[in-house]
Structures are given as structure tokens and as C-alpha cells.
Write a protein that binds this ligand. Structure first.
Ligand code: CUA
Length: 185
């Protein structure tokens, strides 16, 4: 072995990982981006309450009308004051039920499945935005603070073995009633 000064890598028996200057910069930029994305995901999920549409469970679309099925009689069920669950079905080209009425401030967990083909389930002005598939129950939760009418839209082009003629007519409404409307009942 020659007697020139040994490099740090030779002394520690580690491979000499030469990193080009620009490569080094890209590695740093990538790490910064990953950190920014992780922070953005944390803020949107914990601070803003944005949820991923949850996969709840599978269901045979043929059984939706069985008396034991929660989808045989779709609609709203009150779990506790201000807490509801809504069972809904999507089919060409409607949602069942086509209207839900809830008092302002209610928290509603939606359980939705499709009878025929893939549909969309988006409630304007809320975090609810999910896909509805036959054979699967999709679920998301929302709190309706402000009274008003919230439109529920199908936002997946849908049709049963043919053109999507009625897709744009597929909608339902969630009517959030204020204090007076609730008290008057
Ligand atoms: Cu259902 Cu578009």
C-alpha cells in the first residue's frame, strides 16, 4: 500500500459514496417535499377533518331488499340526540331516499351502496365525496352546522349497459333545519 494520506472512507472501511453536488441538492429538495406533503396530510386530516372515503364492508347487491338488510328501508336513523346514521342506495338514476331532513348541528354517518353500477356521492359544501360501488358499502361522516339545503350529486358517469342519459339528473337533497323549524315540529 502506498503511503499517501488515507481518505476517511478507507480508514473506516465504508464504501466511498460519492454524491454529486447537484444530486445532493435533489436529495435535499426531495426530502423537503416529502416533509411538506406529510405536514399537508396531517393538517388536512387532523385540523380540517378531511377523511378518506372508508371501505366499510362488502355486501351482495342481490340482498339489499332482504328484510334483514339495513338498505331494505333506506333512510335516517337517530342514534342519540344530534347523532344519526343514514343508509342510502344509489341506482340509475336516483338516490334512495331522495331527501333527508336533519336538525342543524347533527352529525351524520352515511352508509351507501349501489344497486347496479358505479355511482358518485358528493354532498356540496361538506367533506363528503366518495365513490359508490355495487357490492361494497362506502362510509363517511359529516356534521351539518348551517341550516340550508345541501345538494347530493352523483359525480361518476353512470349508466346501466347503455349511455349515461340520466346521470346529470341523479341527485338528492339534505335539508338541514334551523332551530325554529325543529322546534315547530
Ligand atoms: Cu349515478 Cu352518475
Amino acid at each position: 500500500m502506498s503511503d499517501h494520506a488515507h481518505t476517511a472512507a478507507e480508514q473506516s472501511n465504508l464504501p466511498d459514496l460519492h454524491i454529486d453536488r447537484y444530486e445532493g441538492w435533489w436529495i435535499r429538495i426531495s426530502l423537503i417535499m416529502v416533509t411538506v406533503f406529510a405536514v399537508a396530510v396531517a393538517i388536512s386530516s387532523f385540523a380540517w377533518g378531511i377523511q378518506l372515503p372508508g371501505y366499510y364492508q362488502r355486501i351482495d347487491p342481490q340482498t339489499l331488499n332482504d328484510p334483514s338488510s339495513p338498505f331494505a328501508n333506506p333512510g335516517l336513523r337517530e342514534l342519540a340526540p344530534g347523532k344519526y346514521e343514514a343508509y342510502m342506495t344509489a341506482q340509475v338514476w336516483s338516490f334512495s331516499p331522495s331527501e333527508l331532513r336533519i336538525p342543524a348541528g347533527s352529525e351524520v354517518t352515511f352508509y351507501v351502496t349501489a344497486r347496479d353500477v358505479q355511482h358518485g356521492f358528493k354532498i356540496a359544501e361538506t367533506n363528503i365525496n366518495m365513490m359508490v360501488l355495487p357490492g361494497q358499502i362506502s362510509t363517511l361522516k359529516a356534521t351539518f352546522k348551517e341550516p340550508g339545503t345541501y345538494n347530493l350529486l352523483c359525480h361518476e358517469y353512470c349508466g346501466a349497459g347503455g349511455p349515461t342519459i340520466g346521470h346529470h339528473t341523479m341527485y338528492a337533497q339534505i335539508i338541514v333545519e334551523g332551530e325554529e323549524a325543529t322546534a315547530a315540529k
